[in-house]
Design a protein around this ligand. Sequence first.
Ligand SMILES: Cc1cc2nc3c(=O)[nH]c(=O)nc-3n(C[C@H](O)[C@H](O)[C@H](O)COP(=O)(O)OP(=O)(O)OC[C@H]3O[C@@H](n4cnc5c(N)ncnc54)[C@H](O)[C@@H]3O)c2cc1C
Length: 449
Amino acid sequence: MIIKRALSSSISNFYDIIITGGGMIGSVLACKLASNPVFRNISILLIESGPKKPWNIELTKNKDNFSNRVSSLNNNTKVLLQKINVWDIIESCSCQDVSQIKVWGPGSNNISTTFDVEDNFNLDHLAYIVENDVLIAAVMTALNNYDNVHVLHDNIVTEYKISKNTEETVKLRLKNEEHIECNLLIGTDGINSKVRQAMDVQYLSWNYNQKAVVATLKIERLKDNNTAWQKFLHSGPIALLPLADEISSLVWTTTPDYAKMLLSLSEESFVDALNTALWKEPIKDVFASSVTNIVSAVLKTLNIHEKHEEIIPPTITQVLKNTRAAFPVGFGHAVSYVIPHVALVGDAAHRVHPLAGQGVNLGFGDVECLDSILSKYFLIGVKLGDIRALREYETIRQRCNVPKLIAIDFIQKIAGNSWSPLLATTNAGFQVTDAVSLLKKFFIDRAAT
Ligand SMILES: Cc1cc2nc3c(=O)[nH]c(=O)nc-3n(C[C@H](O)[C@H](O)[C@H](O)COP(=O)(O)OP(=O)(O)OC[C@H]3O[C@@H](n4cnc5c(N)ncnc54)[C@H](O)[C@@H]3O)c2cc1C
């Protein structure tokens, strides 16, 4: 039985589910659970350490400033956001469709792979570029429609009591000394998750000794700015993600020292450095060139035609004021996502390099899966927090996430590497993927699910 007692901050002392971390994953998870008819009578608390940000849809629609934190969302994520009725709002405020993705490496501007939505992928668009803040604000607004969820900003859990006894609830103490309990605690508190630490599960992690420099850019006027560009350099990839007609978002992964230097440059010098990095002709590598010729000959023998399209990226004309920032990038994976009464979702459970634009999409996959499994077990009378349901969630998500984490880590290690055999392998990868449409479909399917 649920006993609710009012506390000073108008929250109860018991919730069926407590979610800590109101970023993109925590807010969407709260909304997905709250909107699920199966959970109409359960109580949910979402705790976010940051302040509540005021949001005005009309101002957001008509704005001309763009946040430097954006995400490339895949089709599955769009469907999830449609289910919780926030996609239309996000789309009307800030969302640029991606119909082409052009990827090339340090070997040659003629060796590249182009993914085009017209290549019969059965998708309306390859991806959608959305500002993170807009997504969170739209979801937080939608949460007001549900009276089974309470959002607490500016607060954190300072103490976690997680018992090994499966009958006991999870007991939490908040910053303001209040005590609350729940049947199920879900950690969506990001890469340094305190919930994960309290669970005391093994966490496999490493840093890439790279930083991702982000910025909002003005680019030369293009007819339609619907192409995402990614160039792999020896120091890391540079990605340009379309945001509006003449605006793109930058994610430039490079060494920590170079990232620091890029942040210290004047705006003009930064733009010059970026254009040079995008346009610079590669240094010829004799071994890699001969492997490229052999691959071309093999493809020709197999009657597979190469397009040999030369990549011509857009010219950057300006970096918008105060939009440059740098973030560390790394790999992380919790060996267990669950223990009795506790689960991890999103970056709290797994962290990937941003080169494939997959991090938050994997987290949204976790959200969809956890909601569906919890409701399946709840309907047959199994209590929230029961380890059987949580284990099923963990198994399904690890089967999906682990191969992707490994593949992205592998790409990070070989693409852009200057050692001749790896350069040759990267070039061959671009050549073959570009020429074989089944391979392209394979990659797009994997990225969309
Ligand atoms: C440069 C860069 C570019 C990226 N681009 C893409 C992309 O294009 N596509 C993609 O899919 N992914 C991308 N990612 C990854 C994506 O940003 C993350 O996967 C995503 O932000 C994870 O969301 P989350 O809600 O799990 O965690 P977070 O975004 O880290 O949110 C965690 C939330 O929890 C709150 N919090 C933290 N600790 C506590 C606590 N103790 N109590 C309460 N609240 C707490 C924080 O304030 C925050 O709001 C990118 C990452 C980087 C660094």
